[in-house]
Design a protein. Structure first.
Length: 229
């Protein structure tokens, strides 16, 4: 397997509803319209509508950029052009970016087992239960452009600014870390709020009531960055 990147939106249901866009950078700019702020998480690719951003994407057109075994055949200028077609506003709406390198034979053939799906399911369910208890009967009106109904806040991904300020408070050490990240990474207001929501989820998975600096640091390292140095 050659090196890819996994990009995940905030809904967290990548396994069930995600689509693989290995060559997303090759689509024409006009066909890559997206609207991820209303909770629908859609990408329109010409006549193809994709729900929920949860994709694997190659780093270049040949698919081997950064691979430890097979050399990339793409010219540097071509890689730069390919990656620059992924717009900054789109990357800003992606919460988790993970590089997936080639898996060595020893790891593939080894007897070591990771966590089972059942154990992972229990951890996720416990975090979801924490969030349901947290938000309880809370509800928020949708935007004026949406239907005139109340939209329940049932998980961290649904939080608006008011909930983020109430439930995503940082300790002094976390405040210093976030302040430095905002300056060094040139984070937008959207990125700031999405990082806090992701930090809240990481803390929930760890069973922590407060967001600690280690949770914030993990959320920060998942932020999409420029793929070319």
């Amino acid at each position: 397997m050659n090196k890819k990147e996994i990009l995940c939106g905030s809904k967290g249901d990548c396994a069930d509803h995600g689509y693989y866009l290995f060559y997303f950078g090759m689509f024409q700019p006009a066909s890559r319209n997206f609207n991820l702020q209303d909770g629908s998480d859609r990408i329109d690719l010409t006549n193809i509508r994709i729900k929920v951003i949860s994709d694997c994407m190659y780093l270049c057109t040949c698919g081997y950029s950064g691979d430890s075994v097979k050399p990339c055949t793409c010219a540097h200028a071509l890689i730069t052009k390919y990656q620059k077609r992924i717009s900054g506003p789109l990357l800003d709406r992606i919460d988790i970016r993970i590089e997936v390198p080639r898996v060595d034979y020893d790891k593939l053939s080894g007897d070591r087992l990771g966590e089972s799906s059942e154990v992972l399911r229990q951890r996720v369910q416990a975090a979801r239960d924490i969030q349901r208890k947290r938000f309880g009967l809370r509800s928020l009106p949708t935007s004026a452009q949406s239907q005139e109904t109340l939209q329940s806040v049932v998980c961290n991904a649904d939080m608006r600014v008011g909930e983020i300020r109430q439930f995503c408070r940082l300790q002094d050490e976390g405040q210093s870390l976030m302040r430095a990240a905002m300056t060094q990474l040139n984070l937008s207001a959207r990125a700031y709020h999405r990082i806090l929501k992701l930090s809240r989820t990481i803390a929930d998975l760890a069973g922590c009531e407060e967001i600690k600096s280690v949770h914030l640091a993990e959320a920060l390292q998942y932020r999409p960055k420029l793929m070319m140095g």
